[in-house]
Design a protein around this ligand. Structure first.
Ligand SMILES: Nc1ncnc2c1ncn2[C@@H]1O[C@H](COP(=O)(O)OP(=O)(O)O)[C@@H](O)[C@H]1O
Ligand SMILES: [Mg+2]
Length: 146
């Protein structure tokens, strides 16, 4: 485990800017698991990723559609497992095909697919301090899950 960043963000714009900086080092095939309670800023972070990757389509919460695709130089696949229950239901969706289809995949509520996540991934932890302040931590895990 390599900690890349641990910082406070004082606005959604700042969280987007942090995500855009991460996007600058991302390559096709990379996976970003986003942890944090509702309203902590996971979708906001994905908005910054999309901007940093040069995706043109606006980011919206895929809570109802489950998966949103944002075309760009490196496409971004945005998956939100919030509404899904149980690994069996999730296994049926074929979402893992996105992991090696030439884009970056960002996953909200990755704890619901814990066993299916690739061991090499970035993890982003968002937590509340107050209304506009969040703690943002970014960690890189390697192929061995370390
Ligand atoms: N520092 C911050 N970082 C991210 N979002 C923030 C911040 N301060 C306030 N917000 C607000 O918190 C909300 C985060 O919502 P969202 O990104 O949809 O969260 P999640 O996807 O984790 O449920 C947005 O309304 C956003 O404007
Ligand atoms: Mg969200």
């Amino acid at each position: 485990m390599k900690q890349l960043l641990a910082t406070e963000s004082f606005s959604s714009e700042e969280t987007e800017a942090i995500a855009s900086e991460l996007a600058a080092v991302l390559k096709a095939g990379d996976v970003i698991a986003l942890y944090g309670p509702l309203g902590s800023g996971k979708t906001t972070f994905v908005r910054g990723l999309a901007a940093g990757l040069g995706c043109v389509k606006g980011v919206r919460s895929p809570t109802f559609s489950l998966i949103n695709e944002y075309p760009g130089p490196i496409p971004l696949y945005h998956i939100d497992f919030y509404r899904l229950e149980g690994e069996a239901e999730i296994e049926d969706l074929g979402w893992t095909e996105y992991l090696d289809s030439g884009g970056v995949t960002a996953i909200e509520w990755p704890e619901k697919v814990k066993k299916m996540l690739p061991s090499k991934r970035f993890e982003v932890y968002l937590s509340f301090y107050d209304e506009n302040t969040r703690m943002v931590e970014i960690v890189a895990l390697d192929n061995a899950g370390n």
